[in-house]
Design a protein around this ligand. Structure first.
Ligand SMILES: Cc1ncc(COP(=O)(O)O)c(C=O)c1O
Length: 344
């Protein structure tokens, strides 16, 4: 156990600080005066890098956080009488305080189940079929989370099949990519392969959990879908006047593939933690560890003991399954200390 008196965080990947490259990019942007409200050179450079990364001509916007990214992206796709199909554990359902419903001014989330945080495509099809006419909200969007809230991944074929269904039903496919970087790092594919090439229309690409202080990208792969999105952002209070500081952070992440390196590290730490917990501490890992999260079964007594040693993490599934989340900043020393405290 460290003697610094600090908390030891496996609570979330947003408890980590700002990674050095992002900090350096902020420092670099903090010299002369610059244009504001997105007309600055940092924002246009980020847009260029996003187009390069996704190898397509797309429209990218910066917002402060993931809730705004998701809610405003969905509002852009939906009329108030539309609905969004998502997993019943999707962040847009469980953790956004109704922001998607609020910003769409009346749209509804249609919830489906599915193993390990992934929507069951048959349930999606069935729930869409149950909204046959004008008396029900019209299904407009399927929303998936990549990596999922349970630390698992949709593979390319699974996304392709969902996109195919969306196309068949004349719906859009939205991807909550708060941990998109972790998904790419784990799948080892290029970003286009699991997005626009197989039918994802809008991606919310998370920077905060990847090493930024704040700032997510909303990326429209069909430019006609982003019409007047700048007005929507402004009205929602999501157009930063000093946009360059959101953009500079993304320059820090996108240049030299820092985003990918950070995600690979977080994933590797999660893999290592899982391995150590399984082998040394005989802790049960409840779900496949495919990105940077682990779901583990812990007794109340052990949890209490670890919390009293300042290890922080949360229960995710009743009665006794907890989430341990690694980040770009997680160290092997922390993992050793955590396992050591379990074995005491
Ligand atoms: C799957 C997912 N989506 C989106 C978000 C973004 O949320 P926030 O508004 O806290 O940045 C999070 C953060 O926990 C998340 O886990």
């Amino acid at each position: 156990m460290q003697s610094s008196g600090e908390n030891h965080q496996f609570a979330s990947d947003n408890t980590a600080g700002i990674c050095p490259e992002v900090l350096a990019a902020l420092e670099e942007a903090n010299h002369a005066a610059a244009e504001s409200y997105g007309t600055d050179q940092w924002t246009s450079r980020v847009r260029g890098l996003v187009r390069d990364l996704f190898e397509t001509d797309c429209d990218a916007y910066l917002v402060f956080n993931g809730t705004a990214a998701n809610a405003l992206a969905l509002a852009q796709l939906c009329q108030p009488f539309h609905s969004v199909v998502c997993h019943d554990h999707a962040h847009i359902q469980t953790d956004e305080c109704g922001a998607p419903e609020f910003f769409t001014r009346g749209s509804k989330l249609l919830l489906v189940r599915g193993d390990a945080g992934k929507i069951d495509i048959n349930e999606v099809d069935a729930v869409i079929a149950r909204q046959p006419d004008v008396h029900a909200h019209k299904p407009r969007v399927i929303s998936i989370t990549q990596a999922t809230e349970f630390g698992t991944l949709y593979n390319r074929d699974e996304i392709g099949a969902i996109a195919e269904l969306a196309r068949k039903r004349e719906m859009f496919l939205h991807m909550d990519g708060a941990r998109f970087a972790n998904a790419i790092a784990s799948l080892g594919c290029s970003p286009k392969e699991i997005t626009w090439k197989i039918g994802v229309d809008v991606l919310c690409f998370g920077g905060t959990k990847n090493g930024a202080a704040a700032g997510e990208l909303v990326i429209f792969f069909k430019k006609e879908l982003s019409q007047e999105f700048d007005y929507r952002l402004k009205q929602a209070g999501q157009l930063a006047s000093k946009t360059r500081f959101l953009a500079a952070q993304w320059l820090g992440l996108l240049q030299n593939d820092v985003w990918l390196r950070n995600a690979k590290r977080a994933n590797a730490m999660a893999g290592k933690l899982a391995e150590r917990l399984r082998a040394a501490a005989k802790i049960e890992i409840m779900l496949p560890v495919e990105a940077n999260a682990l779901f583990v079964r812990l007794s109340e007594h052990l949890t209490h003991d670890l919390n009293s040693r300042r290890w922080l993490f949360y229960k995710f599934i009743e009665p006794d399954v907890y989430r341990l989340m690694c980040s770009w900043a997680t160290t092997e020393t922390e993992i050793d200390q955590f396992v050591g405290d379990i074995l005491r």
